[in-house]
Design a protein around this ligand. Structure first.
Ligand code: ZN
Length: 500
């Protein structure tokens, strides 16, 4: 191997190890750390972030990349060598373009923003949060300008999560989805009482839920020799190479919370476990994009986990576990209940169908904020208007409205589109997998998932971060993100459940 490449990878490995150490400290903070550890933990994380940033942006790294690029240009772009140079360049540029002073200012504003958001939520008063949010929007605009873009300022933010994607593409995709989804949601909303799910609330022993969740994770292929599961307030997944992938779950009165949350994180976990071990610590050691990551979690949560085929196999087991709650409930009633649709005010509680409408609203508003078409002071009213238009109802207070998500309070703009992109990609990938492996539906009915997982391993997981999300999806399915299969899937599913 080229000596300069070896040196670049050596430097990069240090950056990656520091990031993994920080990830482990964060995992511990969310799962086990006593509250008393919070202040020192924040300092530890800041130190690791500073060290990693210094390593990544070192003059030596810049020089190595300058020297390696002409050589890499002569290689097959799909090769490991060309890919690591390409991705390292992207990371290096991103880290060096934002002046250190702006980054420090942003980080302080994000801490202040989060504190003000928490206080404003408590008090139910947006005015407490507004000045801090205004400052964050301003600094986010400065960051976007520093990062650079070709078409629109928002592109710079979007690219932090979806490298190479354009705002105009997201807008076109969302417009097509909106036209298909809004009438469907309104039609279902008129028949919301056709489906009941009250029997899914309360009376489910947590230990049994935990065991059943582990049983499902093993069944879909999650390897507990290379992973584990713990409890946390907000479920998440973190991977430290493919040999140590950690999931978390939580329990609430609603049975579906742990059940589908576990399958969702399991989907993220399968992706992490499928990235080749030799990629660990290199620039291509993580997923292609947030949207692609989300496509894997939604695949297992929704397309597999909320399907009738899946429960044909697993429902008798679940009934046997909770005979007093589910003994008298037949499969069709259970299937309809876990797919119940109800337009609600809160994104994280939304069902599969209405979820995207929440994302359209956030995307629309943050785009306007970043492009200067909306003032922070006008945000609560814009939120209510958007909710009325999309979901036919508006929140009575800003706590259930514009202040419900934590993202903006920490300056995280550009992330929301990845959620819906993940939904769209999940169906596109699932259809292609079934087209190439027609036995997949019957396998799911038998509780066998090796065919589906094997296809995802081959087409998505094994490439790690070598390609962008768009490149990967074109390679796997022959076209870019496409709303049509997703809309078709939702229409068929919900027309059947709601008798439309
Ligand atoms: Zn997720």
């Amino acid at each position: 191997m080229n000596e300069k490449l070896q040196r670049m990878l050596e430097l990069y490995r240090e950056v990656s190890h520091l990031a993994m150490a920080a990830g482990l400290l964060d995992w511990d903070q969310q799962c086990y750390m006593p509250p008393g550890g919070a202040a020192l933990r924040a300092e530890q994380l800041a130190t690791l972030a500073k060290l990693a940033h210094e390593r990544l942006t070192s003059p030596e790294m810049g020089q190595l990349l300058d020297e390696l690029e002409p050589w890499a240009a002569s290689l097959d772009p799909d090769s490991f060598e060309a890919s690591v140079v390409r991705v390292a360049r992207r990371e290096y540029d991103r880290a060096t373009r934002i002046p250190a002073e702006l980054e420090a200012e942003f980080s302080r504003a994000a801490s202040a923003g989060f504190a003000a958001w928490a206080e404003a939520r408590q008090a139910g008063d947006f005015r407490i949060f507004a000045p801090k949010l205004e400052r964050l929007v301003q600094l986010t605009i400065e960051r976007a300008e520093a990062l650079g873009y070709e078409e629109r300022r928002y592109d710079a933010l979007l690219n932090l999560f979806e490298p190479g994607s354009r705002t105009s593409q997201v807008q076109a995709l969302f417009q097509q989805l909106k036209e298909g989804l809004v009438p469907l949601v309104h039609a279902v909303a008129e028949r919301v009482d056709r489906v009941k799910n009250d029997f899914l609330f309360g009376g489910y022993d947590e230990r049994k839920q935990w065991d059943f969740g582990v049983r499902l994770l093993k069944a879909i292929g999650f390897d507990f020799q290379r992973g584990r599961q713990d409890r946390s307030e907000h479920p998440f997944t973190v991977g430290f190479g493919s040999g140590d992938v950690r999931l978390t779950t939580r329990f609430q009165p609603y049975l579906g919370s742990a059940l589908f949350g576990t399958l969702h994180e399991g989907g993220h976990g399968l992706y992490e476990q499928g990235i080749p071990p030799e990629f660990a610590g290199t620039p291509v050691g993580s997923a292609a994009s947030f949207g692609v990551h989300e496509s894997q979690s939604r695949l297992w949560e929704n397309l597999v986990g909320r399907s009738r085929a899946f429960w044909r196999h697993f429902y008798p087991e679940l009934q046997a576990l909770f005979p007093e709650r589910l003994g008298e409930v037949d499969l069709d009633t259970f299937y309809a209940a876990i797919n119940r649709v109800e337009p609600s005010l809160i994104r994280v509680e939304a069902d599969e169908l209405t979820y995207n409408l929440h994302i359209f609203l956030r995307f629309d508003l943050e785009l306007k904020l970043i492009e200067g078409d909306l003032k922070v002071a006008d945000l609560p009213e814009a939120w209510r208007a958007g909710m009325r238009e999309l979901l036919g109802r508006a929140p009575e207070n800003d706590r259930d409205g514009v202040m419900q998500d934590v993202h903006w309070s920490q300056g995280a703009f550009g992330y929301f589109p990845s959620y819906t992109l993940g939904n769209v990609l999940s169906v596109q990938l699932f259809e292609k997998a079934k087209e190439e492996r027609p036995d997949i539906p019957q396998e799911i009915e038998r509780g066998e998932f090796a065919g589906l997982l094997g296809w995802m391993r081959e087409r998505i997981h094994r490439h790690g971060g070598k390609f962008t999300g768009t490149e990967l999806i074109v390679r796997a399915t022959g076209r870019e993100a496409d709303a049509a299969p997703y809309l078709r899937y939702l229409r068929e599913k919900y027309e059947e459940i709601y008798g439309l």
